[in-house]
Design a binder for this molecule. Structure first.
Ligand code: UTP
Length: 226
């Protein structure tokens, strides 16, 4: 199968946790070893936020802050590429148009951000569209999509499925600032909607959640399309 996996910033700590990265790399490399195609997208995490905050305090405009964020996501992509070992393509694509060429080499391809004004979730959706992926797994620091922010509201309930329209209405109510995307940015959702990309949100705490979702297990939250 052809898969795209978005690895949320929570995997990329301020001080990178090598054991966590190694465990993720091993699980994903196992999936590739079974003959599957994998594109993995690395989020920016805390380091992206720290750099963006510092740049903003130094007077940077939002596009410049985004470019700094992209730089950090690419550094994270390099760590993940190293954790994947020999199954990973040696270069991090910086253009969407490079992706099909790199995946055709039969290796897992890891990338970070592409251009300002979006998040790595948009990169993941575009990657899934252009590679005609069978499935997109979005792995974050929570178990899926909740009725409210589970870190702030103890009554928040995990949704087994959620429509792309609902996600869009939430995303459009949010702000579009560097380093400040909440769950998904509108562009990511628009791409998912137009390409009707089968997508599931899971927790990245246990790497096997990702491979379970790719194998069809009903964990986390499935996105539905009308
Ligand atoms: P993300 O917002 O995607 O990483 O990228 P994150 O905050 O770690 O998000 P999760 O946890 O994975 O959901 C970090 C920042 O890099 C810039 C944006 O400023 C973004 O907030 N970026 C990233 C871009 O401008 N363009 C891209 O294509 C990707």
């Amino acid at each position: 199968m052809k898969a795209v996996v978005k690895l949320g910033g929570a995997l990329f700590k301020r001080d990178p946790d090598v054991n966590e990265l190694r465990a993720m790399g091993k699980t994903l490399a196992g999936f590739v070893g079974e003959g599957n195609q994998l594109v993995a997208v690395a989020g920016g995490g805390q380091n992206a936020r720290v750099y963006i905050d510092a740049a903003r305090k130094l007077g940077a405009d939002e596009s410049t802050c985004d470019l700094l964020g992209i730089g950090v996501t690419r550094a994270n992509a390099d760590l993940l590429r190293l954790a994947l070992g020999g199954v990973a393509f040696a270069k991090i694509p910086t253009l969407l148009s490079e992706l099909n060429q790199y995946t055709s080499a039969g290796r897992a391809v890891v990338l970070g951000g592409l251009q300002p004004g979006q998040s790595t979730n948009a990169v993941a959706a575009l990657s899934a569209e252009i590679t005609r992926a069978d499935f997109l797994v979005n792995a974050t620091d929570v178990s899926g999509v909740y009725t409210a922010d589970p870190k702030k509201d103890p009554k928040a309930k995990l949704l087994r499925s959620v429509s792309v329209e609902k996600l869009l209405s939430w995303a459009l109510a949010g702000n579009v600032y560097a380093g400040k995307y909440e769950l998904l940015d509108p562009l990511a959702l628009k791409i998912m909607q137009r390409a009707r990309i089968p997508t599931r949100f899971v927790s990245l705490e246990d790497p096997s959640n990702i491979t379970s979702a790719l194998r069809g297990r009903e964990i986390g939250t499935l996105v539905s399309y009308s």
